[in-house]
Unconditional design. Structure first.
Length: 315
């Protein structure tokens, strides 16, 4: 069976939104049961949820409802990880994580992380649901980073290295018959490389200039590969750069990591230096300039691909 690919429509939106809602509800339910039951009881509840979700996924697959089956399988993978973790906790094998996410070698935690990778890979092989590729790649990053690092700068270095290794893997999927799988690999590669760079460069002006260069490189790469995920991540990065300089020039403070906070400050929070308030207009002007930059880049891309993307002439 080939990879499941469904054109975007109101029906597919509702299916995906419903599946993600079920996943969130399952996680919330198991969180509640973890607090209300002992280790054995919680393990039982997790096992019950896993069995129900696996049965629903298999039933939907037999009825050729492949998207529905994949969405149930996604929730089943999460339920399996919770169940296996609860089982380890019941046996007293699961270590505490008070030292941080990546805090040294913890054997049974690594086993749990590896089990998550294997479960996601098994579900992908059985259901061919592309979103599971993202889960496989993301859980594999977590396992590799935890195995090779102990947090801090070294974890960021491993994260960047993981993204750089994943990129040629994504390209190999692009050139083969599984380009839809390659999309999610590109997403994880872009997130890991960009996340690692932001770990090192998020302070002064020079740091954000580096991020600007990286974002422009992302746009060039996305344009070259015809992968919009790189361009989307680049746009988000440039919004963060603009936020940094807008705060500095306008002498205002936006909500952290919310670039449009200036425009919504009555609702989300806004503060200014009462003694200076030198250029409050500089913030919206900065975002307006960024918007124009986005449009100019879009026009350049359209001109470059005019024959390949004739509909884009409408831009």
């Amino acid at each position: 069976m080939n990879a499941v690919r469904v054109p975007w429509s109101h029906a597919s939106f509702l299916a995906y939104f419903g599946g993600i809602t079920i996943l969130a509800a399952i996680v919330a339910f198991l969180s509640v049961e973890a607090g209300d039951n002992g280790a054995g009881g919680f393990t039982g509840w997790a096992a019950l949820v896993l069995v129900i979700l696996a049965a629903l996924a298999s039933l939907a697959r037999r009825k050729d409802r492949f998207v529905t089956a994949g969405l149930f399988a996604l929730s089943a993978v999460a339920a399996f990880v919770v169940f296996f973790g609860a089982l380890l906790e019941w046996f007293g094998w699961l270590p505490q994580t008070n030292g941080g996410v990546f805090a040294g070698f913890r054997f049974w935690l690594l086993v749990l992380e590896l089990a998550a990778v294997v479960a996601a890979a098994f579900a992908l092989r059985r259901f061919r649901f592309p979103l599971l590729v993202f889960v496989v790649a993301a859980t594999a990053w977590f396992f590799v980073t935890d195995f090779l690092s102990g947090g801090g700068d070294w974890s960021a270095i491993v994260t960047i290295a993981y993204g750089l290794v994943l990129l040629p893997v994504a390209l190999s999927f692009d050139s083969g018959g599984s380009r839809i799988y390659g999309f999610w690999l590109h997403v994880v590669a872009g997130l890991t490389i960009g996340g690692g760079l932001l770990w090192f460069f998020h302070g002064g002006d020079f740091d954000w200039i580096v991020i600007t260069v990286a974002a422009l490189a992302y746009i060039a790469l996305g344009d070259r590969l015809l992968r919009s995920s790189w361009v989307v991540l680049a746009a988000w990065g440039l919004l963060q750069v603009t936020t940094h300089f807008a705060e500095k020039w306008a002498d205002v403070q936006f909500l952290a990591f919310f670039p449009l906070g200036f425009f919504f400050f009555p609702f989300f929070g806004f503060s200014a230096n009462e003694q200076s308030k030198q250029h409050p207009w500089a913030a919206p002007l900065s975002y307006a300039v960024l918007g124009l930059v986005f449009i100019v880049i879009a026009q350049l891309i359209v001109r470059r691909h005019r024959e390949a993307i004739p509909a884009a002439e409408l831009l």
